[in-house]
Design a protein around this ligand. Structure first.
Ligand SMILES: C[S@@+](CC[C@H](N)C(=O)[O-])C[C@H]1O[C@@H](n2cnc3c(N)ncnc32)[C@H](O)[C@@H]1O
Length: 247
């Protein structure tokens, strides 16, 4: 879209215009988002907590406590990265669609899948909000993607859930926690537009998450549990974990 013209006609045009306020080289969104993430995943030996090949502790705990069906269904891993949660869901029998902006992450995820001999995962490289995702999904899982979205893309995130999440289906996420022991930027939304950057990700309160996903029923919102290096699960207490159910 030409920002110097009079092209804006639709909500999508407005969202694209707002994307353009974030300099690609300065942040993880906008047209440069995929390049930024490709660079992020280029060195697999970096000590990035979520590079471990383990599922989130909250996801394992939902299944263990019967909050999610253990027998499977259809799942969407939104912003799947190198696929650790997709692989876990596939091991339970879920048919998984896994989407990520980064081709480098998707390549890594496909390699992990081949090494594990796993089946039932369809990887898609692209923007989750425009990718050809066909619901209904019984589970939409977002581990760490939502907090990297600029505020106006919450609109796209909610529209995606509305379009693809099955009635009675679950949505779960992990996101940077505001407050003590948390992580991410606590600036108000407007300031990200003023500075043209997202400061490495947005911190949320539990109340703000409940408010944003107010159309869904809140099942559990809690901080993630820290997990030790020898644990079979990943856990960092600077994150919220939240499980919602669509009425
Ligand atoms: C913090 S990483 C988490 C990766 C993975 N979920 C994990 O926990 O291992 C966030 C991921 O979201 C992806 N992402 C960000 N915006 C996206 C979008 N609009 N569509 C698809 N993926 C996106 C990034 O490429 C990145 O891989």
């Amino acid at each position: 879209m030409d920002l110097n013209s009079r092209d804006i006609r639709t909500i999508d045009d407005v969202l694209t215009l707002l994307d353009g306020l974030f300099a690609p080289e300065a942040d993880r969104w906008s047209g440069g988002g995929a390049d930024w993430w490709n660079g992020f995943y280029a060195d697999r030996d970096r000590p990035v907590p979520f590079f471990v090949a383990k599922p989130d502790e909250n996801l394992v705990s939902y299944v263990g406590r019967g909050l999610l069906p253990a027998g499977g269904g259809r799942a969407l891993d939104l912003g799947c990265g190198p696929g650790r949660n997709s692989l876990y869901l596939a091991s339970l029998g879920y048919e998984v669609d896994a989407v990520d902006l980064s081709a480098t992450a998707i390549r890594w995820a496909e390699e992990r899948t081949a090494e594990a001999g796993a089946t039932g995962i369809r990887f898609l490289c692209g923007d989750a909000f425009t990718a050809p995702l066909e619901g209904p999904y019984d589970l939409v899982y977002d581990s760490g993607c939502f907090h990297h979205l600029p505020p106006h893309r919450r609109v796209s995130h909610l529209a995606l859930l509305d379009r693809v999440l099955a009635p009675g289906g679950h949505f779960a996420l992990t996101a940077f926690a505001a407050g003590e022991g948390g992580m991410g930027s606590e600036l108000p939304d407007i300031d990200f537009y003023r500075k043209g950057g997202l400061d490495g990700g947005l911190a949320y309160t539990d109340a703000s998450l409940r408010g944003i996903f107010a159309d869904l029923t809140d099942v559990e919102v809690r901080r993630m549990r820290d997990e030790t290096a020898d644990s079979p699960a990943f856990g960092e207490s600077f994150l919220w974990t939240a499980l919602f159910r669509r009425p």
